[in-house]
Design a protein around this ligand. Structure first.
Ligand code: 5GP
Ligand code: MG
Ligand code: MG
Length: 179
């Protein structure tokens, strides 16, 4: 166990089982449709890589990178696009893949933004959901796990760009934040 970890919330095995289930559900729902999976960098990288291999229908992929203006809890809700999609998405069925939905500000922005480009449909798949923190009433269409209001890392999620590579989702020791 890594020295910085207080507690593992979700093991690698639990996560993989859930991703298989999500992949099966998405495959059934999008059967016969032209599906574009859009990963939100960097947090969704690990989940996206697993999810597209669990989806059993042909997909194409693209990525966006966004950052919120303001700091953490004081975020204004404005989102800045750091990297946009490579191609137009008119008439495509888009599935946004995000690591976590917390306040909902990021996903709310992305949904509005992609819908305004004339996509045929835009849905959201997250691996983690912290519903207690929501400021915008938005629910992912697909979600892996509802988690408590704790700051988590691993499976793509970082603290100061670290710990994304942990294969599990964990709560950090308090001293990691305070040192
Ligand atoms: P929202 O816009 O829903 O408030 O925030 C979504 C973003 O905040 C996520 O994509 C993620 O980057 C970050 N975030 C929210 N909760 C956590 C958490 O518990 N751990 C980490 N590492 N990032 C989080
Ligand atoms: Mg994210
Ligand atoms: Mg982050």
């Amino acid at each position: 166990m890594d020295q910085v970890i207080e507690r593992v919330l979700l093991t690698e095995v639990e996560i993989q089982k859930k991703v298989e289930e999500l992949g099966a559900q998405i495959s059934a729902d999008y059967e016969g449709k032209d599906l574009l999976v859009v990963g939100i960098l960097k947090g969704a990288l690990v989940f996206m890589a697993d999810l597209i291999r669990a989806i059993q229908i042909p997909v194409t992929i693209d990525f966006m990178a966004v950052s919120s203006y303001g700091q953490g809890a004081t975020s204004s809700g404005a989102v800045r696009i750091l990297k946009d999609l490579d191609r137009a998405v008119e008439d495509r069925h888009i599935l946004i893949v995000e690591d976590i939905v917390d306040t909902g500000l990021t996903l709310n922005y992305l949904l509005d933004n992609l819908r305004s480009r004339g996509a045929a449909s835009v849905k959201v798949c997250t691996i983690l959901d912290k519903p207690n923190r929501r400021t915008i009433p938005i629910e992912p269409d697909y979600n892996g796990f509802v988690i408590p209001d704790e700051f988590v890392v691993g499976y793509g999620l970082d603290y100061a760009e670290k710990y994304r590579h942990f294969p599990y989702v964990a709560i950090l020791k308090r001293e990691v934040y305070e040192r």
